[in-house]
Ligand binder design. Structure first.
Ligand SMILES: Cc1cc2nc3c(=O)[nH]c(=O)nc-3n(C[C@H](O)[C@H](O)[C@H](O)COP(=O)(O)OP(=O)(O)OC[C@H]3O[C@@H](n4cnc5c(N)ncnc54)[C@H](O)[C@@H]3O)c2cc1C
Length: 304
């Protein structure tokens, strides 16, 4: 089927774009991935999204989905494999099926960056996790660690401190880069111990499960859960065949209106370099809205 716009992504950016696209009256399909995933969905206790004192990502997503559907956007829980372009029309491929669109708003977010320590992949799901909100409750009363010094690491440690006996935060640098309020909360939490200037060289295993981490100093920390929170890598695999420009870190280059170098192709949220790379729910939502406005202008101009 031919749509005015196909949106890729069911996070704050994609669903906000769907809301505006629907309100513009454009025939819109949003392909939102499958299940509980994406940074917006996984974020717990959001206190800096205007209009809410505190809201969980899952609840925010439910509201955004309803808003988009209320204005006629069609949502499908599907993963796309790739997008191609012939003339002015894009084809979006998923599940041996494709739909076509005059414009694309690409908002597929990021996937978590790996630490690169041997056996990380083997121990994933056996102690190593990339989502404290999803897996934290599995480590009730256990010793766990978080790797990273940014906001997501500080927030992950605070979530984990609610369930676990103790949380080590392992930070390569000599200080946090998180928001001051999260640094203060983590530093004052009696269950959290911060290890600055530290990195993991090796994982210790017991019967195929994570049992500890050996630091570069040779010190071994006993822990059965380790949450890697060292940022993300843009989800751009499905668009590799399109001639889209990226930053040196692999994010899609957009101007302040969400436009990329490719006519009819717009991008928003964490997958892009919008807002100087400031990756938050509010900037993702705003980016989605601006991209929808640009797609609208493009559709109007190209229908004449
Ligand atoms: C632990 C953590 C805590 C955070 N805390 C806060 C906070 O307190 N406040 C704040 O403002 N920000 C916070 N952030 C940042 C914020 O969550 C993100 O900046 C924002 O949610 C990004 O939204 P997005 O829509 O760009 O991407 P996402 O929310 O990641 O959405 C991407 C979407 O794309 C979909 N997708 C991916 N690949 C495909 C594909 N091939 N086909 C179809 N769909 C696909 C996914 O399923 C998902 O629905 C936090 C981030 C993390 C990791």
């Amino acid at each position: 089927m031919l749509y005015d716009t196909i949106i890729i992504g069911g996070g704050a950016a994609g669903l906000s774009a769907a809301l505006y696209n629907g309100r513009y009256g454009h025939k819109t399909l949003a392909l939102i991935g499958e299940g509980f995933e994406g940074s917006t969905m996984e974020t717990w206790g959001v206190e800096n999204y205007p209009g809410y004192l505190s809201i969980n990502g899952t609840d925010l997503i439910e509201v955004l989905k309803k808003q988009a559907q209320n204005v006629g956007a069609e949502l499908k829980e599907k993963y796309i494999h790739h997008i191609s372009k012939k003339g002015k029309i894009f084809s979006v491929h998923y599940n041996n099926h494709y739909d076509e669109a005059k414009t694309i708003i690409y908002a597929a977010g990021t996937m978590r960056r790996k630490l690169g320590v041997p056996n990380e992949d083997i121990l994933k799901g056996k102690g190593i996790s990339y989502c404290a909100t999803c897996d934290g409750p599995l480590f009730r009363n256990k010793l766990v660690g978080v790797v990273g010094g940014g906001d997501s690491a500080a927030k992950a440690a605070l979530i984990l401190a609610e369930y676990t006996e103790k949380v080590y935060i392992i930070i390569r640098e000599e200080s946090f880069t998180a928001e001051p309020i999260n640094i203060q909360r983590a530093s004052e939490n009696p269950k959290i111990e911060v290890l600055f200037n530290s990195h993991i060289d090796e994982f210790i295993e017991n019967n195929g499960m994570l049992a500890g981490a050996k630091l570069h100093t040779g010190k071994i920390i006993d822990l059965v859960g380790l949450f890697i929170e060292i940022g993300g890598v843009a989800n751009t695999e499905p668009i590799k065949k399109l001639n889209v420009e990226y930053t040196k870190n692999g994010y899609i280059k957009v101007d302040c209106t969400g436009e990329t170098n490719l006519a009819g192709f717009f991008a928003a949220g964490d997958v892009s370099d919008a807002f100087g790379g400031f990756k938050q729910i509010i900037t993702a939502a705003a980016g989605g809205v601006v991209a929808s406005h640009s797609a609208h202008n493009y559709l109007v101009k190209n229908s004449k």
